[in-house]
Write a protein that binds this ligand. Structure first.
Ligand SMILES: [Fe+2]
Ligand SMILES: [Fe+2]
Length: 383
């Protein structure tokens, strides 16, 4: 597949992966992208996951059409992209591997590298002339590993963006970009908003016609749409007005309160209201929605003097990703000593720009007229 005058696609689709990175459900699989640049010099951009060695090497051979690869650029050492470096070098031992000092440190940890390996160690901003085109290496530390670097190719204006602008889902499945790119971003990169902002700043001065990420489709049109979303996500700015109600429930009473709140909010004309059962629904989807919308309701029983375990996991996931700039409402349940609200407020103590919406709704075992009235008040304040 031809992407620009000189860039060809050489990646693979993975429909066998059960959990991406050991934790993310990927119902439509995953793509590990790799590219071949055919200029006076030929360049391979990254390898792919360990399960696709033969398929990928065949793709590379096809795209090189008889040429030998002069360079292998390693943008990111996470094994979904680096697993085949050694296999590649066995087939093409003369290729020069391009990376930064950190890249080669990590490579030495993952592999027993050949002593005679040709290396080109680059610094931030270094360039590599490959013929008509020149590659400039721009470091993107902690988006989301420390060695990550993107490559910008002129004059064809192609940005090889590493994991940035990637998404879940194989390339042979049609699906909405934003939904799975958002879930990917907040799951994997979400903690590193400041670093992603730095990368966007560096990119803002460049004329970009094509973005070639390591996962998901190659972006060729309407690039400002993707750049704007990345700017919102990495600055923790809510993307849409809306409310996500995230609940955990032992016997269904907390669930009932959460569902009643949804109904009340909808009656009062609130913007989009989504609801999620933290024990049963995809947690990564809940995290994604918490960052997508400007309002969040947490509904949980008190459990062992704490919140319910799935609620703790959820809140930890938000805190780890610097959850901020949002309003939070609370529904707590407790049969003898309800204290979930206190625990929740304590957990967000150090978070920036979080407003708790009053009243906290306390359910004592099951809904009654008093707690229903409080839910009505909470709905009024959050709608
Ligand atoms: Fe990665
Ligand atoms: Fe990746």
């Amino acid at each position: 597949m031809k992407i620009s005058d000189s860039v060809r696609y050489a990646g693979v689709n993975d429909h066998k992966v059960d959990l991406f990175e050991g934790q993310y459900d990927v119902p439509n699989g995953m793509a590990y992208n790799s590219y071949v640049i055919m200029d006076e010099k030929s360049v391979v951009m990254d390898t792919v996951d360990q399960n696709f060695t033969d398929e990928w090497l065949a793709n590379i051979e096809r795209e090189l059409s008889g040429k030998k690869p002069d360079y292998l650029v390693v943008s990111h050492m996470e094994p979904d992209h680096s697993a085949n470096i050694l296999n590649f070098l066995k087939k093409y031992p003369e290729t020069t591997v391009v990376g930064n000092a950190q890249t080669f440190n990590m490579m030495g940890q993952f592999f027993d590298l050949p002593d005679n390996m040709n290396k080109l160690v680059v610094k931030n901003g270094d360039t590599l002339e490959i013929g008509k085109n020149t590659l400039t290496f721009v470091f993107a530390p902690m988006v989301h590993w420390p060695e990550v670097m993107v490559s910008y190719m002129t004059p064809e204006n192609v940005l090889f963006s590493a994991d940035a602008f990637g998404k879940f889902g194989a390339l042979d499945v049609e699906e909405d970009w934003a939904c799975e790119a958002r879930r990917y971003y907040f799951g994997i990169v979400g903690k590193y908003g400041a670093q992603a902002q730095n990368l966007l700043k560096a990119a803002s001065g460049l004329k970009i016609d094509v973005i070639c990420p390591l996962h998901g489709p190659i972006l060729t049109e309407n690039l400002s749409y993707y750049l704007d979303l990345y700017d919102k996500w990495s600055s923790y700015t809510p993307e849409n007005e809306g409310i996500i109600i995230a609940y955990a429930s032992v016997y269904g009473h907390t669930k009932e309160a959460a569902e009643l709140l949804k109904e009340l909010l909808e009656k009062k004309g609130a913007p989009k209201v989504s609801i999620t059962d933290l024990a049963r629904d995809d947690m990564a989807e809940a995290v994604e929605d918490a960052f997508r919308y400007d309002r969040l309701v947490l509904a949980t029983p008190t459990y062992n003097g704490d919140v319910f375990p799935f609620m703790r996991t959820f809140i930890d996931a938000l805190l780890e990703r610097n959850y901020q700039k949002r309003k939070i409402g609370i529904i707590e349940n407790g049969t003898w000593a309800p204290m979930a609200a206190k625990v929740i407020k304590g957990m967000f103590e150090k978070s920036k720009d979080i407003t708790f919406v009053e009243p906290v709704v306390t359910v004592k075992s099951a809904l009654n007229s008093e707690s229903r009235a409080k839910l009505e008040e909470l709905a009024e304040e959050m709608k």
